[in-house]
Design a protein. Structure first.
Length: 227
């Protein structure tokens, strides 16, 4: 009887361990899907005639990609989206991605729910490396402007580039654009823990994390191609 109970306990313990492993793999796969979606967004942007200037991307120190930012509401809209952020080091190499969320409201004649793909280009990496200290408000803590258009545009001579962040959006519905002033940007700690399997800070991921992941490699390669 005791032996049977011990065997049963052993089987239950193994099943519990396996369920935890499966759960972690599923969670990591979910975050990898977000990275693949970000690559898809960049592919879409690069195929457009009026796209992000290559020189601006080359000059940039950070980027946030939010696939399917949801803009919901009537007259007063609410935004919510999950995306990824990367910074560029002194060698011009892109970091591992940090998962982020963007939420907030705006005033405008917005009917129903529409989704847009959003890309934010940062002139300084410091802004993003300090995101782990808390959320910051786009258009409040940081100045945001609509980015210059055209792959061949000369970002350094054709535009003053006085803002800290430049935004680009691609509509996939009736919604023609997005206003992000007032939206709050914060680290998605749950997603980062699921993907990296630890509780490292956003700054640690930006500066020293080197995860082995094909979707991450594909994302870096795409960003390099766009420069």
């Amino acid at each position: 009887m005791i032996t049977k109970n011990l065997r049963l306990l052993s089987v239950l313990a193994i099943m519990f361990m396996l369920s935890g492993i499966v759960s972690n793999v599923q969670a990591q796969g979910k975050e990898e899907d977000k990275i693949r979606a970000a690559v898809s967004v960049l592919n879409d942007f690069s195929s457009m005639e009026e796209s992000i200037p290559a020189q601006l991307l080359d000059m940039s120190k950070g980027i946030i990609i939010v696939p399917k930012l949801i803009n919901a509401g009537l007259m007063v809209g609410g935004k919510h989206g999950k995306g990824i952020a990367l910074v560029k080091n002194e060698k011009g190499e892109w970091s591992d991605p940090v998962f982020v969320t963007i939420t907030g409201g705006s005033v405008g004649a917005q009917i129903g729910v529409q989704a847009v793909d959003l890309v934010l280009i940062f002139k300084s990496s410091k802004t993003l490396t300090e995101i782990g200290k808390g959320s910051f408000t786009l258009g409040g803590d940081l100045s945001v402007a609509a980015g210059p258009m055209g792959r061949s545009s000369s970002a350094s001579t054709d535009y003053k580039l006085e803002a800290e962040v430049y935004s680009y959006s691609r509509s996939k519905g009736l919604f023609a654009g997005v206003t992000i002033n007032g939206a709050a940007l914060s680290v998605d700690a749950k997603a980062n823990n699921a993907f990296y399997g630890n509780t490292d800070s956003a700054n640690t991921i930006f500066t020293s994390s080197k995860v082995s992941s094909k979707p991450v490699d594909d994302l870096r390669d795409k960003l390099d191609d766009l420069n």
